[in-house]
Design a protein around this ligand. Sequence first.
Ligand code: MLC
Ligand code: AMP
Length: 449
Amino acid sequence: MTVPLLASLAGPGDRPDALTIAGQSCSREQLRGAASAVASRIAGAKSVAVRATPSVETVAAVVGGLLAGVPVVPLPPDAGPAEREHILRDSGAELVLGEDVPVDMREQGSWTGAEPGPASTALVLYTSGTTGAPKGALIPRAAIAACLDGLVDAWQWTPEDTLVHGLPLFHVHGLVLGVLGALRTGCRLVHTGRPTPEAYAAAGGSLYFGVPTVWSRVVRDPAAARALSGARLLVSGSAALPAPVFRGLEELTGQRPVERYGMTETLITVSARADGERRPGAVGLPLPGVRTRLAATESGIGELEVSGPTLFAGYLGRPEATSAAYTADGWFRTGDIAAVDEDGTHRIVGRASTDLIKSGGYRIGAGEVENALLDHPAVSEAAVVGVAHEDLGQEVVAYVVADGVGERELIDFVAGHLSVHKRPRRIRFLDALPRNAMGKPQKKLLPPL
Ligand code: MLC
Ligand code: AMP
């Protein structure tokens, strides 16, 4: 018999603080009761959305969808009207849990429906491409199970762990690894609300997750970093961990962080192991069942392609985008440039397109931000780029041609229209964008800031 996706919810072992999210705790029994009540209310729906605030209610809403076999669409809680409407319309989500359907931790429902099939969609995760609005990646239950079981193996993740993180609950890192991982393994979860060094230091966990920006802030707070010395494993992912941050963590905590690599479309595919070598700049070995190869290598460096059980099932309603994401022989093109060392260790060395920006671990499409800027009546042209940034990895910078609008107003306009994390941090006003003879903007010719 296959293990239920959220194995620990059915199994033995409970405590009143099995989950603590932003200061509020609940037991597995309470979670199962509240989620069961949600499942009964939504059974048969095509899909449901949830405004993914860091809260136990968000977890109960997601688990309710997973129990009922109804695909769950997490909404960034700060999504402005343009982004929220796009996600709701594109996904066809019929209900927003917590808004149209109550989610109450005091309820004790008793859902008895069968475990949905492994190929059924668990989550629809919206993710940005280089152009246009975000696409909904269909994540099957079996992909989540394969990914989490691979990480259990790589990280020696057990029910005795206490997982600590403070990442957003609408992406793979915070939601799939950070919540469903705890519910599959049965470990305790402490979500700190925000991923601050002080909150990580105070949480007393054994297993910590962070994006590189979080780890770089931890290193700049030596007292907080030292408080993590007793942890079993510090894990970094979602963007490249700078070597100085890796070394700073080693110096202050006495242990080398484990780096892993993944994507919304593939979940986590490659990771350093708890019992293996951990090197700065290296993301380790493919998880069990995952295969990797480099396309068109030039001196051992090329675009990374992956196949295996953790892959998504396509972009919702976009067959062309889905087939373009695969090679003719069925491998997923990650768009990341990688190298593989002789011992099989993978290194991510860049991205094929400069129009996908990674800022604070968030994936942000230049085209989506450009379109938001062009929605402002005073803006006639816009070009958005990612500029290297010590804290965020990259920062979103916009070059615009506009009349009668200031930097602050435009930044707030994007923050209010899309999500706050997609806003440009800086804006430079130009008289015209540099263009080639065909009239196409030339981002390479943009002046330095
Ligand atoms: C600032 N704020 C504004 C604003 N400017 N609000 C409205 N309008 C404006 N113009 C407010 C915000 O609402 C927020 O409030 C506060 O300012 C701070 O926001 P910020 O400046 O954007 O935060 P920052 O310090 O930059 O965040 C850093 C960070 C964050 C690391 C905490 O980037 C983060 O959580 N990153 C994680 C991304 C992630 O999980 N990615 C995984 C993708 S999955 P308030 O009140 O909220 O503080 C993936 C697969 C894989 O990649 O491999 O894992
Ligand atoms: P997302 O779709 O938000 O999950 O972002 C996926 C992208 O994050 C990948 O395509 C990579 O560019 C990047 N990424 C994730 N983990 C790492 C890592 N450990 N090192 C470098 N880049 C990473």
